[in-house]
Design a protein around this ligand. Structure first.
Ligand code: KIV
Ligand code: NA
Length: 265
């Protein structure tokens, strides 16, 4: 199996081949997602929501993200494994940022890290990349800043924020980031951003002209019934499938139908 690298993604943009990314937080899911052929697997700090049930991504710790990453890495043969650095582990100073990124690579086994922000975290990005660690940027709706935004609505609809986003894209490219996630911004702005840099953009709620797309696995297989933003395409209705299977199991046990003779020793 030919492993996907950050260079592969760069070349895919050059060749106009779309890049695919999905999240995974555990071994079993990572195996299926890798077998399905995605180019990159993201251990998102959305694990705070999806795995732990928190309202925001803020509470998840670096130790917890490292654990999720270790689990995913054991299940992956082909995809590029990118891990989010969680809130508070890279914003304060470049030394701490590097220390966090090193732990994620060394203990977690990630192939790259992703961090949220542009100009504000320039020195942290520089420091991490100088240590030989590939960095994926993340601009637009950056959920670690939710208390500053106040809502999860579309970002950069106003000119000032849109121009800052374009400037941040160029800065991240200049700093040596290998890709940038663009979350929940107008499609036209994402198109402009993608055309203004030579590193790939990976969109979520950012329209069809990004160089790649990313979704949260549990959302795209329909496990989260309560979450249905416009940008989400559901490929399965696993919530119904699984609750259905569970209720059938409950019936079968209650009625002493399970286990039967063939299922017994
Ligand atoms: O944490 C996450 O799942 C993410 C993706 C939505 C890009 O950052
Ligand atoms: Na994230």
């Amino acid at each position: 199996i030919k492993k996907i690298t950050t260079e592969t993604l760069r070349k895919m943009k050059f060749d106009k081949e779309k890049i695919t990314m999905l999240t995974a937080y555990d071994f079993t899911t990572a195996k299926m997602v890798d077998a399905g052929g995605v180019d990159s697997i993201l251990i998102g700090d959305s694990a705070a929501n999806v795995m732990a049930g928190f309202e925001t991504t803020l509470p998840i710790t670096l130790d917890q993200m490292i654990y999720h990453t270790q689990c995913v890495v054991r299940g992956v043969e082909r995809a590029l494994v990118v891990a989010d650095l969680p809130f508070g582990t890279y914003q304060s100073n470049p030394e701490k940022a590097l220390e966090s990124a090193v732990r994620m690579m060394k203990e977690g086994g990630a192939h790259a890290v992703k961090i949220e922000g542009g100009k504000e975290i320039e020195e942290s990005i520089r420091r991490i990349i100088n240590a030989g660690i590939p960095v994926c940027g993340h601009l637009g709706l950056t959920p670690q800043s939710i208390y500053q935004f106040g809502t999860y609505k579309v970002r950069a609809k106003e000119d000032a924020e849109a121009e800052k986003l374009i400037a941040d894209c160029k800065l991240l490219e200049e700093l040596g980031c290998f890709a940038i996630v663009l979350e929940k911004i107008p499609a036209a702005l994402a198109k402009r951003a993608s055309e203004s840099i030579s590193i790939p953009t990976i969109g979520i709620g950012a329209g069809p002209d990004c160089d790649g797309q990313v979704l949260v696995y549990q959302d795209m297989v329909g496990m989260n019934q309560g979450f249905s933003p416009k940008f989400l395409r559901r490929y399965l209705d696993l919530y119904s499938e699984i609750t259905g299977a569970v209720s059938q199991y409950v019936k079968d046990v209650k009625s002493a139908d399970f286990p039967n003779e063939k299922e017994s020793y």
